[in-house]
Design a protein around this ligand. Structure first.
Ligand SMILES: NC(=O)c1ccc[n+]([C@@H]2O[C@H](COP(=O)([O-])OP(=O)(O)OC[C@H]3O[C@@H](n4cnc5c(N)ncnc54)[C@H](OP(=O)(O)O)[C@@H]3O)[C@@H](O)[C@H]2O)c1
Length: 353
């Protein structure tokens, strides 16, 4: 039986959902995928940290209502989140980084990834910060240490985009993409079509849990800009930073704009796009666009995401699916782990006793 020891960095929605999956699915994964996951460490700003070389009961972890610093009550636990110690010292094969996204410099997640890779541990992450701002460095660091940096969930959560484009569409001549990459702004635009003002639609999105208390990153396009950087660099060979991407959000759209588009057979969508220019450079932007109703992205409603990948041999290939959600995003981490398992069939597996 193959078993991977895993350390969870951040124990919020995504990593908690991964722990739930581990608690319920290990036997099935063992039968279907050929491995089990064993949580050997967890660290969280609020709860503290714990290292347990023999493994932590995943069900206990998700069912216990820990208070602030509550990991101190566990064997090998502490009330402090000593991330560096946990990442470097825990006997983990894989580190799952799911702390908050810092769009400015990616920290502290970039450091978390560096410590893991330098210690010879694979990294799987859903955190856009390190992927948008340091992916090339982190991949090179991993390669030097014989481990992988995987990050499918940074764009469109568990809906396959990055690996699908790189693997399944290999050879198809991918030269650009356009996508609805932020569910909150798409939901808001849909509700504005239904007659709400921008402010009313944002309020409703907050009430339904689609929007953060501060929705700026979603409605001003900053979240989409990070995703465009990630996709342009991963799929089109770019070296973009967020500053290279023109960015405009949807807060300037009025109900009159929405109504005019509807009357004329169009629909506003917040589109993130990039394409390879004739000179080999990459043009990338984020902004509201009026799409004809027969456009592949026009019918994508609610908080759903979608991307049209533009290829030479197939034309546009469009993928639609959830772009957020704790279980959906935890699935992205699982898909990263499956890739690690498939790519490194012998070196990093531990045979459980
Ligand atoms: N949820 C989704 O649908 C989704 C989809 C795609 C990508 N992502 C990305 O995935 C990551 C995790 O998302 P999430 O929904 O799980 O977020 P979350 O619920 O806010 O969880 C993040 C957890 O990390 C902890 N944390 C923050 N800074 C830390 C640090 N320096 N050291 C240790 N722990 C730290 C937080 O503790 P405190 O609460 O005490 O701050 C929180 O428990 C984010 O980067 C997010 O952008 C999420």
């Amino acid at each position: 039986m193959t078993q991977y020891n895993i350390a969870l960095i951040g124990f919020g929605g995504v990593n908690r959902a991964l722990a739930e999956l581990i608690a319920g699915s290990n036997d099935r994964w063992n039968a279907e995928l050929g491995f089990r996951l064993n949580i050997v460490a967890v660290t969280d700003l609020h709860l503290g940290s714990v290292i347990s070389p023999n493994g932590i009961d995943a069900r206990m972890l998700v069912e216990t209502r820990f208070a602030r610093g509550g990991f101190a009550q566990l064997s090998g636990g502490s009330a402090e989140a000593d991330n560096e110690k946990v990442i470097k010292q825990a006997p983990a094969d894989i580190v799952a980084e799911a702390t908050f996204t810092n769009p400015v410099d990616g920290e502290p997640a970039v450091s978390h990834c560096r410590w893991a890779l330098e210690s010879g541990k694979h990294v799987v992450t859903t955190n856009k910060g390190p992927v948008a701002l340091a992916a090339a460095e982190l991949k090179a660091l991993g390669a030097r240490h014989g481990v992988m940096f995987e990050h499918e969930g940074a764009v469109m959560s568990g809906t396959p985009v990055i690996r699908m484009a790189q693997r399944t569409l290999a050879g198809a001549g991918l030269h650009g993409f356009e996508g609805i990459l932020n569910g909150t702004s798409n939901f808001v635009l849909g509700r504005m079509e239904g007659g709400l003002s921008f402010a009313e639609a944002v309020k409703e999105a907050k009430g339904l849990g689609y929007a953060e208390a501060d929705p700026t990153a979603d409605v001003e396009g900053h979240d989409v800009r990070l995703k465009v950087v990630i996709l342009a660099n991963e799929l089109l060979g770019g070296k973009l930073t967020p500053q290279d991407v023109d960015c405009k959000g949807i807060s300037g759209l009025t109900v009159a704009d929405i109504d005019a588009a509807t009357r004329e057979g169009y629909r506003w969508k917040l589109i993130g796009s990039a394409s390879v220019r004739q000179d080999g450079g990459i043009a990338a932007r984020v902004g509201p666009q009026r799409l004809a109703l027969d456009h592949a992205l026009a019918a994508v409603g609610g908080a759903i995401n979608a991307i049209s990948l533009k290829t030479d041999l197939l034309g546009a290939v469009t993928v639609t699916g959830p772009g957020a959600g704790r279980v959906e995003t935890a699935y992205a981490l699982l898909s990263d782990i499956i890739t690690i398992h498939q790519c490194r069939p012998s070196a990093d597996k531990k045979e459980a006793a």
